[in-house]
Each structure stands twice: as structure tokens, then as C-alpha cells.
Design a binder for this molecule. Structure first.
Ligand SMILES: C[S@@+](CC[C@H](N)C(=O)[O-])C[C@H]1O[C@@H](n2cnc3c(N)ncnc32)[C@H](O)[C@@H]1O
Length: 230
């Protein structure tokens, strides 16, 4: 099994429906905070189920939801197919978007599942699809020194605040015996120091690198924002 198979199948990354709903609500709010204008064209790359995408779509002109997993794309189409300014796309369809047509690209919790070369290729794609002055936000990047135990304790804190602590405890036990843990042990997750990912973003032609607050509930992970020069 690869990461791609994992995301395409049934998994229990979200420990309960409440966890999933609170997670996607928070991510949607974080995306909205970066939307530059009400008519902005936004790409959420590696969006997952994006349960609160309708709220993001209400805050921008057009929202592209890009998912590699076909089963997740089917769920997105079932949920958002009738929303006129949401378009569900595959990574290949992102490649086919017109050059310089996007105002904001967001990728939350994606780059850890990509090889360094895959990230470099995506940075090229994102730069070509963004308009001059457009913004790129790469969020939830894992630094090399953060252990799975930190992730677990951050999840428990989120669960305590969100009222799903018992589900989170059960979920952590399930995860310990799950495909996720095996894949994490087998393939690892891509991690970056702030300097290493800043260098890649700069080499891809982005400027004005900033470090806004991280998306979601884990402040031990990092968010980077950069601009395509005019
Ligand atoms: C950890 S989930 C994050 C989902 C969402 N961004 C969030 O914040 O909850 C990673 C998602 O990225 C998708 N993915 C992985 N590689 C991808 C790629 N190259 N292009 C688009 N999506 C990808 C996976 O299928 C999965 O749904």
C-alpha cells in the first residue's frame, strides 16, 4: 500500500465525525483568512474531503478543489457538484488550467506525503498557474524534530477543547495498529527545516516569504506564504 492507496481507501485519521467536522471548519477559516479579495480565484491543492468548502467558496470568486484520490473526488462532487463556483479537479486537470489564472494556492497537510522532487514539480506548476502578485500558502509542514508523540498530544489537546476526548483516545489506539502507522514507519513523512523549504520555495521563483500562524490545531508544524513576483 502507498500513501495514494491509503487516502483513496477507508481510513480513520479522523477519530469521529465531530473531529472531522471541527477539523474542516478550522481549515476553511484558515483558508478564508488568506483569500485576497471576494472575486479571487483559489486553488486548494490536496483538499481532502473539504467538508466546509462551501464557506470558502462564499468568500471567493471561484474555488478549485484538487484531490489525487478518485474516491475523495467522487465525495467532493457529490457534496459540491451543484455549487456553481466550486470545481473539483484532479492533479492532471490543475496542470491544464490556464497560466496566470489563480490568485491564491493553498496546500494544507500535503507536502509531507510528497517526495522532494514531487514538491519541486508542484511548486513549478503553482508558480505558472498563479497570476503575478498571486500568493502561495503551504501549511502544516512538519519540521524534522517533531515526533509522532507531539502530534498525538496536540490531537488530545484539540479533542479536549472540542469535546471528543474519548474518541481521540480510542482513535490513537486504532492508529497505533493501523495502515497509517505502518506507512509512516515504511515510507516516512517528508519533513523540512524552515531553511530547507524556504530555499525550495525561493528556487521555484517565489519572493517575499512569510511565516504566518500554522493552519489547524498543531502549532509545532509550520506555514509558509510567498508571492509570485510581478
Ligand atoms: C492529510 S490529507 C489533507 C487534506 C486537507 N488538505 C486537510 O487539510 O484536511 C492529504 C490529502 O492530499 C491528497 N493528495 C496526496 N497527494 C496529492 C497530490 N499530489 N495532489 C493532490 N492531492 C494529493 C490525499 O489524497 C489526501 O486527501
Amino acid at each position: 500500500m502507498s500513501w495514494r492507496d491509503f487516502w483513496n481507501g477507508e481510513h480513520s485519521i479522523y477519530v469521529s465525525p465531530r473531529h472531522k467536522a471541527l477539523h474542516y471548519h478550522a481549515i476553511a477559516s484558515d483558508v478564508i483568512a488568506h483569500v485576497p479579495a471576494p472575486d479571487a480565484v483559489v486553488l486548494d491543492h490536496g483538499c481532502g474531503e473539504a467538508l466546509d468548502a462551501a464557506r470558502v467558496a462564499s468568500a471567493c470568486g471561484r474555488l478549485y478543489l484538487c484531490e489525487a484520490a478518485p474516491t475523495v473526488r467522487d465525495k467532493l462532487r457529490a457534496q459540491f457538484g451543484r455549487k456553481v463556483n466550486i470545481t473539483v479537479v484532479s492533479p492532471e486537470e490543475v496542470e491544464a488550467l490556464p497560466e496566470a489564472s489563480l490568485d491564491l494556492v493553498v496546500a494544507n497537510s500535503l507536502v509531507q506525503y510528497l517526495s522532494r522532487d514531487e514538491l519541486k514539480a508542484l511548486l513549478e506548476t503553482w508558480r505558472s498557474k498563479l497570476r503575478p502578485g498571486g500568493k502561495l500558502v503551504i501549511a502544516d509542514v512538519i519540521p524534522p524534530d517533531v515526533s509522532p508523540l507531539t502530534d498525538a498530544s496536540q490531537l488530545l489537546g484539540f479533542a479536549w477543547r472540542g469535546g471528543f476526548l474519548m474518541a481521540a483516545l480510542a482513535g490513537l489506539i486504532r492508529t497505533a495498529f493501523s495502515d497509517y502507522r505502518k506507512l509512516r514507519a515504511q515510507y516516512g513523512l517528508s519533513t523540512y527545516t524552515p531553511d530547507a523549504i524556504s530555499e525550495l520555495i525561493g528556487e521555484a521563483g517565489f519572493a517575499d516569504l512569510q511565516r504566518p500562524a500554522n493552519f489547524g490545531h498543531n502549532p509545532h508544524r509550520m506555514t509558509f506564504k510567498a508571492t509570485k513576483p510581478t
